[in-house]
Design a protein around this ligand. Structure first.
Ligand code: TYD
Length: 153
C-alpha cells in the first residue's frame, strides 16, 4: 500500500533548525500603577524586555481600514503596545499564521526576528507604540512575502 506523502513526516518539508515560530511571539503584562488621578505603566529595558531599547516609534492618525506592517525583520526585536485604542497583528512564520488583538496599554506583544507581521483593524484614535532593539535599517527588512517564505522554509 502506498502511504500518501501528506502522512509521511519523513517526506514533509522540514523547517530550518531554530526557525522562528509564531508561538514564540508572546504577550507581556506590563506593570500598572493604578491611581484615581489616572493610571501609569512603565517599561524598562532589560527588566521587562529581552533586549535593550535602541529606538521608539509610534503609529498614530491611522485612517479606518488602513494596514501597516507587511514585512519581517532579519534581526530586529520589537515590543508593540496599543497605548491608545486597539488594533490587530497578523503573525506569520512562513508555515503558520496567528492573529493577536492588542487593546490594553499595559500589555505588549513581543515579536522576534524572522516573523512576518501585518497590522490592521485600527480603532479610531489608536496609537501603536513600538520599542525596538535596533535603530532603523532598511537592510534588516524583508518586504516581499514570497522572498521571506523562501528564506524560512
Ligand atoms: P515601515 O517600517 O514600513 O512602517 P510600518 O511597518 O509601521 O507600516 O516604515 C514606513 C516608512 O518610514 C519607511 O519609509 C521607513 C520609514 N521609517 C523610518 O525612517 N524610521 C523608522 O524607525 C521606521 C519604523 C520607519
Amino acid at each position: 500500500m502506498t502511504v500518501p506523502t501528506a502522512l509521511r513526516p519523513d517526506l514533509a518539508p522540514s523547517p530550518r533548525a531554530n526557525a522562528a515560530s509564531v508561538d514564540d511571539c508572546r504577550l507581556i503584562e506590563l506593570p500598572r500603577i493604578t491611581d484615581p488621578r489616572g493610571n501609569l505603566t512603565f517599561i524598562e529595558g532589560g527588566a521587562h524586555l529581552p533586549f535593550s531599547i535602541e529606538r521608539v516609534y509610534y503609529l498614530y492618525d491611522v485612517p479606518g481600514g488602513a494596514e501597516r506592517g507587511g514585512h519581517a525583520h532579519r534581526a530586529l526585536q520589537q515590543l508593540l503596545v496599543a497605548v491608545a485604542g486597539s488594533f490587530e497583528v497578523l503573525l506569520d512564520d512562513g508555515r503558520r499564521r496567528r492573529r493577536v488583538r492588542l487593546d490594553r496599554p499595559y500589555r505588549g506583544l513581543l515579536i522576534g526576528p524572522m516573523i512576518w507581521r501585518e497590522l490592521d483593524e485600527f480603532s479610531s484614535g489608536s496609537v501603536c507604540l513600538v520599542l525596538a532593539s535596533q535603530c532603523y535599517d532598511e537592510a534588516d527588512y524583508y518586504r516581499d512575502h514570497a522572498a521571506f517564505v523562501a528564506e524560512v522554509l
